[in-house]
Write a protein that binds this ligand. Sequence first.
Ligand SMILES: NC(=O)c1ccc[n+]([C@@H]2O[C@H](COP(=O)([O-])OP(=O)(O)OC[C@H]3O[C@@H](n4cnc5c(N)ncnc54)[C@H](O)[C@@H]3O)[C@@H](O)[C@H]2O)c1
Length: 295
Amino acid sequence: MKNISVVGAGTMGNGIAHVFAQNGFKVNLADISQAQLDKALSTISKNLDRQIAKGALSEEAKSFTLTNLTTTTSIVEGVKDAELVVEAATENLGLKLDIFRQLDQAAPADCILATNTSSISITAIAAATRRPELVIGMHFMNPVPVMKLVEIISGYTTKPEVTANIVELSKSLGKVACVVNDYPGFIANRILMPMVNEAVYSLYEGVAGVEEIDTVMKLGMAHPMGPLQLADFIGLDVCLSILNVLYKGFGNQKYAPCPLLVNMVAAGYKGMKSGEGFYKYSQGSKDLVVSKRFT
Ligand SMILES: NC(=O)c1ccc[n+]([C@@H]2O[C@H](COP(=O)([O-])OP(=O)(O)OC[C@H]3O[C@@H](n4cnc5c(N)ncnc54)[C@H](O)[C@@H]3O)[C@@H](O)[C@H]2O)c1
């Protein structure tokens, strides 16, 4: 494979495009928003600079990566020569079904269509296309250039050869691939999100404050980041969408999203990407400051 198309240029799309381009693939990054595409290119450039500063990358490798990248606001244009599409648009079933119908029309007949969804059924997405055997989950972790794991989700109809192909491709990106079956939340978020939700419930019920909850989990469980900081980092809207998929998919009350999380998302407090969630983020500052709403 040489030509990859990444659809969606937000938190995950820019990282996925970065990793493929750095490994020599020609990457077309598509988004409906030109502003998101501009932001993605600037984030990729900054992240490459960070790798250079650490001595992990040369200036030549940076220009090589950037020359492998093109962008477009037309999905149809972006996928017409693709051998693999990785969709990383907003976590919403209706939106993803729409995108996959479009991809199915516009991409070459043998092109593999992968989704980076955190929780939505790969089988349902595949059923929206005329090539369900070529649809698969390729779930990268955030931040993509740093995190080693790719959770590969084999849908009910995914061809075993396609799964094997995507495993090999992930390895060629320097990642570790783990194949799992297609049930709500797969493995990563089925286990992670109940923990995040429980942390939000603990705050909501006044058991402890933001800092205390995160410190207990960081120092007590050796987690690199507390669950509330992690939720901000993932995006509170993304966490809420995943919890709703788990809740609906299993019909079990234990996955019901905490009303505080629901309120925060409704009010536009989505965590790091919106500037405030459990913590407040200001441009250029690395300090972790608890949001005034929780002090
Ligand atoms: N944030 C995380 O930590 C994380 C981790 C793993 C997987 N994911 C999954 O990755 C996907 C993307 O999440 P994100 O956090 O990058 O979201 P995000 O909100 O940062 O970005 C979503 C992007 O999709 C674009 N978009 C919306 N509709 C589109 C369309 N019709 N065509 C093309 N682009 C469109 C938006 O303009 C935006 O740039 C979701 O499925 C999410 O569940 C997220």
